[in-house]
Design a protein around this ligand. Sequence first.
Ligand code: MN
Length: 357
Amino acid sequence: MAEKAAAVRVNQFLAASRQVITSANPVECVMGNEAADLDSMQAAVLYAYLRGAVPVINIPRADFKLRTEAVYLITEAGINVDQLIFADEIDLDELQAAGRLSLILVDHNKLAAPQEKFASVVTGVIDHHKDEGLFPDASPRIIEPVGSVATLVAELMLQQDEALLEPGVAKLLLGTILLDTVNLDPKAERATPKDQQMVETLLARTGADRQQLFDDLQREKFNVSALGTEDLLRKDYKEWKLGAVQVGIGSVLLPITDWLKKGSDLAGAMDAFARSRSLDVLIAMNAYTSPSFTRELVVYCPDQTLRERLLSFLNQKDLQLSEISGSSSPALALYAQGNLGYSRKKLQPLLSELFSS
Ligand SMILES: [Mn+2]
């Protein structure tokens, strides 16, 4: 991999913006949406940089490592991750109560329910989602249906001062647009002529290899090799109460055999995860491409009666399960899943049918 790009000025800005929070002055924050995907994060950082505001990454710091493509690109762009400000490192409630907070929303134009309390201090919006018609007096209020909000941020930076686009900044913007537009693929129907044009501008500034950068990002998006069992499970996790049964299902991008090789006892780690969330049933749906698309199923259920009922039900349905060896506990069942059509969206209603009857 190439040497990391330079982002000296951004890093200086990030260090200074941390100090603004602890002063007694008004604080203008730029905040992305709660999903905190790469374009939300980069927009918070770079639009805050452009304005001299405080960027807020809208997830706890502990969740950052789950966005593996963001960890990769932000690091490659030379940005100091330690200096980023995450949602659990700034007390927005306290700032609002003190009358010191104003908020610019990027990559969303409607606050998520837990953050609706901040609606009265929203002063600006930059987004590419459907315009919900809120915050009519916001300034700026830029909502354009482009493929990536990075395209809008790049445009504003170029308008204000081209010198803001040091190499690391240009690389961060470029990689984000490529990821959001599936490398400008017309079939994905994401890229607009404006995204296209911005990619060309940024390619000229960075000298990057477009296909290589996109391939690197795609690879890193699915590269979960550095994550432990708890993080693998919570990276893409949903939970339901089905009848009287609390069920959690994580999508895991790793073969069961690789997971078992991670050293620590899988049944023990599943047990700890299930206990911490008071789950009766914890399922991992493993899906990966290596080389062809494969699905596997991991079922953890310590209660024997419930487990027998669940496993016999799953084996009767058309998931085409065949047992994989390697389980260290009777509570843990490992399966290859022949029917690739059963995603979490389809499994959840099946379980609902079972447990609600
Ligand atoms: Mn977005």
